[in-house]
Write a protein that binds this ligand. Structure first.
Ligand SMILES: CC(C)(COP(=O)(O)OP(=O)(O)OC[C@H]1O[C@@H](n2cnc3c(N)ncnc32)[C@H](O)[C@@H]1OP(=O)(O)O)[C@@H](O)C(=O)NCCC(=O)NCCS
Length: 181
């Protein structure tokens, strides 16, 4: 997992992100948005484009938004990070790449001192929604909204909670364990 490098094949990353979305049953086709999905290099100077590499080729890509005032952000909370344009090459899905990328976003949000991650999914993304719930996100109906008539289904991850859970789970711990850095 790392940031997109200048000599990476951004076009191939854009292609598989776009394909990942277009293959979703019920995905609402929108030519403008679908072209934007593929423009990985175009957004790399405005946001953190994160890629996953497997056996020497890019297989996962998302755009991490460290701040709510980023031009790509669709959340309003100044204490939140976000990510979007998230796809794993359909050929290597279901091998844990997506989960590893979401965990990178959680670690980066903690490192930045932000309190939470807020994101929007689509109704046609049940696999992504399962992934988010599995790693500790919660449904956030309060941030649901419509963009061009399409429902954005909100999810949030609270950075404090996983630390509290670690403390709660420590058997018989009288003093909290040191927090990982
Ligand atoms: C959502 C997405 C990024 C997840 O990527 P991924 O690499 O397939 O994610 P993971 O492999 O971590 O998890 C997916 C599934 O594989 C399973 N899995 C993970 N590792 C596995 C392994 N070694 N063997 C078998 N199954 C495995 C997970 O349990 C999970 O199962 P589930 O679908 O029943 O919940 C990908 O499906 C995608 O590109 N979707 C289309 C675009 C999209 O919805 N983007 C989200 C935008 S908000």
């Amino acid at each position: 997992m790392r940031r997109l490098a200048p000599d990476d094949d951004a076009a191939s990353a854009g292609f598989f992100v776009q394909q990942a979305y277009l293959r979703l049953p019920g995905y609402p086709i929108d030519p403008d948005y679908d072209a934007r999905l593929a423009d990985v290099r175009g957004r790399a100077h405005e946001a953190d484009v994160i890629v996953a590499e497997l056996d020497g080729r890019l297989v996962g890509c998302l755009t991490f938004l460290p701040s709510h005032d980023n031009p790509h952000s669709d959340v309003e909370d100044p204490e939140a990070t976000s990510f979007r344009y998230f796809g794993v090459d359909p050929e290597v899905q279901r091998r844990g790449v997506g989960e590893a990328m979401v965990r990178w976003c959680i670690d980066e949000t903690r490192r930045l001192g932000k309190r939470r991650i807020l994101i929007h999914t689509l109704e046609s993304m049940p696999g992504a929604q399962r992934l988010y719930l599995r790693v500790g996100f919660e449904r956030r109906p309060d941030i649901d909204g419509y963009w061009d008539g399409i429902l954005g289904v909100g999810f949030g991850y609270e950075i404090g909670e996983d630390i509290d859970e670690e403390i709660d789970r420590a058997p018989g711990a009288s003093t909290p364990p040191a927090r990982p850095h």
